[in-house]
Every structure is written in C-alpha cells, then in structure tokens.
Unconditional design. Structure first.
Length: 621
C-alpha cells in the first residue's frame, strides 16, 4: 500500500480504502467517486473540492487545545480567534467558515477596505473583528461605522499617523452625537524578536509593520491626552507565517508580555488582550526527513498560555485574553485540487519503440547486449558502460557518422538500461541511483495551471502533498515530473531526488488518471494569477447531513472564454461583431456552412480555457 506520506501531512482527514484515497468521515467516500460524479455532469478540467467538516474540525481542535491549556494552568484569561481574510476570501470558503464557526465566537480579520466590508457583512454582532495593515481616513471611518452598528471591532494601529487620524475621525463621528461609539484600538508592536524561514522578516526591528518602543509611548500619551486611553484594549504582534520552530515564538511572547504588563502598570487599565498574530504551521511534507514543523498544537497552546500566565503573575497584572489569527491552519486542509493527466511524454522510451537495423553501429549492439544480459551482480558495471557508450554515440552523431535512427536507439536503450539498473539496485539507495532517476523521469501533462492554483510553489518553492486518486494498492514506479498546460517553462513541478514523487505507468488513452494536490486552501486561490488566461477552477462544496448523506452544493464553474475577456475590460460587443464579420466575409466558408461555423464558435466561446481529456472529447462525440 502506497500512502504518499499520508501519515505525515494528512492529520487523519483522509485514509486509503480499496486502493483509493477517501475522506476519513462518515462512510469514507472516495475522492475519485466525487470527481467522476461531478465530471459526469459535464464539468471537466481541474476541480476544487471543499469540505466544511474539515474547517469545523480545525477550529474545534484549535479552541480545544487552548481551552485545555487554560484549564491545566488555571489561566484567568480567555482564548479568542479571528480568521485573516487575506488567506482565502472566496465566498464558498467564507460562507462555509462562518456557518461552522458560530459556536466558537470565531471572527474575521481584515487588511483592506474590501476585506473590511466582508468582515462587517459576515461577522455576527459581538464576534470579534480585527483590522490590520495600513489605513487611510476612509478605512478608519468604515471602522467607526462598524462600531456604530454594534460590532466588536478593533483597529490595530501600524503607526502614529494612523492614531492621529483615528482621533480626527472620532471628532467627526462623535463630537455632536448623544451616543458615543468608538472601535477598540490595538497597537501593533515592532519586536526585537524575529521569526524564522521565508517569512522571518515579519518580525524584528526591520519589519514592515508595528510601533517601536518610542512610538508606543508616544501613542500612549496621545490617547491619554484625547481621553481615549480607555479604547486601548489590545497589543498585537506577528513574527511570520508558517513558523517551523517554536523557539522564536516563545522569545516573542516574553517580549510582548512584558510590554503588555508595563503598559497596564503605566495606567492602560482597559488593556486586556494580546493578539499573537498568525504563524501556526501546517505540515506540507510527504517525507519524514523534510518535515517543516518541530512542535505540536498542544505545545503551541501550552507555551502561549504558560508564558502569559508567568509574566502576568510576576508583574502583578491581570492575565490578558489571548487572540490568534492563524489562517493557514484553519484553511489549508479544507480543500483539494484535482486535475486529470492528459498525456505522458516519455512513452517513446519503451522497448517496442526501438528501430534496430539488420546492421547497427557496434556501440549500439553493445548497448543492446548490456540491456539483455544485465543482472543484479553486474548492474552497476553495465550501467556505467551504458552511460559511457551514450556519450560516445552522441559525439558520433554530432560528427555525422550515425543517423537519427541510431540516435533514437541509443536514447531508448540507455533509458532502459538505467531503469533496469535502478530496479535491480533499489535496495542500495545510493546517491548515484537517486541522481539517475532524473534521467528516466516521466513527464505527466496535468490539466491545470500551476500559476493559478499553486502560486506558492512557483514563487516560494512551497511543496504540496501530491497523490493519485486511485491505484494506491499498486506500487508506483515512475519518477514523476508534472507539467501544467501553460506555455511557460516554469509551469513544472520537477522531480526532486531528495523528496521524490513516484506515479503509475498508465495509458491515458485507455484509463483516466487523476492527481490530487492537498493543503491548497490557504493563499493559493487568492494569490493565483491568470497566466495565459487560465482562470479559477470549477469548485464545489461537499456537505454531509447527520445521516451521512453527501451533497454537492454551491457549484461554481470555471469562467468561460468570454467572461475572462470581459474581466480584462475587452469590449465584448465589439469582439462579437468582429468575429461575425470575419465569418460572413470569409471566402473559405460556403454560405451554407457559415451559420454552422458560427454556432460552433459560440459553443467554444462558452467553454473554459482548460483542455479536454481524450475521454471528455469522446463523451462530447
């Protein structure tokens, strides 16, 4: 059974059933069953499946971990959390999130005006909203409007200028009002402590956001002067997304906790909470040696609660309520991207593809003999001989002494020799054999855009678990590279001998083969770019009722060609007019055919940009 590292990254959300990957939920439906059901309804190309029950599980697990820590340490503060909208603003996700989050008082965090409108619209009254990022007068005014709606909203100030604007907007909204309503104010602090990894620059003195100690004191005095110190309720910090190590967080907690305590003792009596930002890591690796996170959720929660308790007790101040903004942990695992394989590009390297002549160059005859007589005992020697012969034969081709058929036979025979040697010597696990796997890797053309659906792989080399939907009871033997369908050479997930991916040897003309990309629910959708004008895949929410009945809800199909062009502000009426004119004026189309050609054109314009598999074309007739 091939589990593709499921025990490392799966978090018990999935299991393998009868050689197929399935949900570890209700009756364990398989993902290939879901995929084929949706494709049978006419929806081809890549597909995003969303699972609200996994969102609920992640929220529940997060709150349970902190509630357990609070109980264990006798902590007097509470735990609260908000979801940062920048991680995934898609309606199908946010609607699912808020529908399962209400029992926990789980709120939203906004970092722009548009996100703030989503937060005001979707967050129940009393549930926390936090507002981060740089803000102008208009955005701050929206926060005051939200406060007048009775929202529990906190503006996190990123600089003294923002606080001065808050004071001015307060005069505008409350100067002549009989009912004074103001948002809470949080102060984001620029810690000395830095993070780790790709996002380490989120912390430290050179970070983009936050107040220095001097600015923090200035902010305190400004609030005191304008009788608004009672609105200062939160200290906020963030040391980076996807924290692989726990030590930097513990250092930051001590620093932030002492700042909180000193402000309390100075007179900020309404200060009651610390927001530790996001950063709770998700394990993306499929290989034990490459695991990214060195701590558990329990350790994360225990460290936060214990250190806040310790500092509060030592400083003699009230323990703060704890807030987190861990969006990746909540969102990443809830969705799966599934895409069909269209073609394998190394099928020509098969024994039946050889074009041996009656008389072949001596070195090709030797290659054929090496392949035919290779055993485990001589495999390494014959492998080296084959690689040496290949270099000699390619030189002979460059000099014009052998022809194209000889070159083809050379490439095929050496590929076969390498494959057989790797198979015979597989127990040795040597560096040489791992390097050679790159020479025989299979290129799988997958019907998706890496730039649209996995932008963090392209931009940050972020790995994602990759698993075929079925055949998991058959050992995969092909070292695999995945090619997307964009016309960009960067649209490839190359074979990595240090963290290898092996897939099955298939004939896509006879069988469908689907690849699933897991943990794609955080950032990938909102960061995706329409490179080559490939757009967001078709998506669907998979729900279960109390009896375990499964339904496919809120299906949103990938945009068709005309919608994509419309989004780019092309004049659609002009395009339509011009296309009709070109067909009508063409001498290459009979008058009797013009109506049929135009109908076909409109049919194709109603489709999305993704390619159709051979099976899909057959189904269309």
């Amino acid at each position: 059974m091939q589990n593709f590292g499921l025990d490392i990254w799966g978090d018990e959300n999935y299991l393998i059933k009868d050689g197929k990957i399935a949900l570890n939920h209700m009756d364990n439906p398989t993902l290939i069953e879901m995929t084929k059901t949706i494709r049978d309804r006419g929806h081809k190309g890549p597909l995003i499946l969303r699972f609200p029950h996994i969102i609920k599980k992640q929220i529940s697990t997060l709150f349970d971990a902190f509630d357990s820590a609070i109980e264990e340490f006798g902590y007097t503060g509470s735990f609260n959390a908000v979801f940062p909208l920048k991680v995934n603003q898609y309606p199908n996700f946010i609607n699912s999130l808020m529908s399962v989050a209400s029992p926990y008082g789980y709120g939203l965090e906004a970092g722009s005006k548009a996100e703030l409108i989503i937060a005001i619209y979707k967050t129940p009254i009393g549930t926390p909203i936090t507002v981060n990022g740089f803000k102008d007068r208009e955005m701050i005014s929206l926060c005051f409007i939200a406060a007048k709606m009775a929202h529990n909203i906190t503006i996190t100030i990123e600089g003294i200028g923002e606080l001065q604007t808050i004071v001015e907007v307060d005069q505008e909204f409350n100067h002549d009002s009989d009912i004074v309503s103001r948002p809470n104010i949080g102060a984001r602090i620029r810690l000395h402590s830095s993070g780790v990894g790709v996002w380490a620059k989120s912390g430290g003195y050179s970070s983009k956001f936050g107040l220095t100690s001097t600015e923090l004191l200035e902010a305190y005095e400004l609030l005191y002067h304008h009788q608004m110190l009672d609105r200062l309720t939160m200290i906020h910090f963030h040391i980076g997304s996807q924290m692989g190590e726990i030590a930097p967080l513990k250092k930051a907690l001590r620093e932030a906790g002492n700042i909180y305590a000193d402000l309390k003792r100075r007179g900020a009596s309404s200060l009651s909470s610390i927001n530790i930002g996001g950063g709770l890591a998700v394990e993306y690796s499929q290989h034990k040696h490459a695991q990214e996170r060195n701590y558990s959720l329990k350790e994360f929660a225990n460290d936060v609660v214990y250190l806040m308790q310790e500092i509060s007790t030592n400083k003699g101040v009230e323990a703060p309520d704890i807030y987190t903004e861990s969006g990746r942990y909540i969102a990443a695992s809830h969705s799966v991207l599934i895409a069909p394989v269209l073609e394998l590009f190394s099928q020509e390297y098969q024994q039946e593809s050889l074009r041996l002549k009656e008389v072949n160059p001596p070195l090709i005859e030797e290659l054929n003999d090496l392949f035919g007589s290779m055993t485990k005992a001589n495999a390494r020697e014959y492998l080296h001989d084959g690689l040496d012969h290949m270099e000699s034969l390619l030189t002979l081709f460059d000099l014009g002494y052998i022809d194209l058929e000889d070159r083809s036979n050379t490439e095929i025979l050496v590929n076969l020799i390498v494959k057989r040697a790797i198979y015979l010597l597989k127990d040795e696990d040597s560096d040489e054999l791992k390097r050679l796997q790159s020479r025989i890797q299979e290129k799988y053309l997958v019907n998706f855009s890496l730039f649209e659906s996995l932008p963090d792989f392209w931009g940050l080399s972020q790995q994602f678990p990759i698993v075929p939907l079925d055949r998991l009871d058959i050992k995969p033997t092909r070292p695999a590279s995945l090619w997307d369908i964009t016309c960009d050479s960067d649209g490839e997930i190359g074979f990595d001998p240090k963290s290898p991916l092996y897939l099955h040897d298939i004939d896509v003309k006879k069988d469908e083969y689907f690849i699933a990309f897991f943990l794609t629910g955080a950032y990938q959708e909102v960061l995706g770019m329409q490179h080559n004008l490939f757009t967001h895949p078709t998506e669907v929410i998979v729900n279960f009722d109390d009896d375990g009945n499964m339904s496919y809800d809120e299906l949103i199909e990938a945009q068709n060609l005309m919608d994509i062009l419309d989004d780019l502000d092309y004049d659609m009426e002009d395009i339509d007019k011009r296309l009709k004119e070109l067909i009508e004026s063409s001498d290459l189309i009979d008058d009797a055919e013009k109506s049929a050609v135009l109908s076909k054109l409109y049919l194709y314009l109603s489709e999305n940009s993704y390619l159709k598999t051979i099976q899909a074309l057959d189904n269309k007739g």
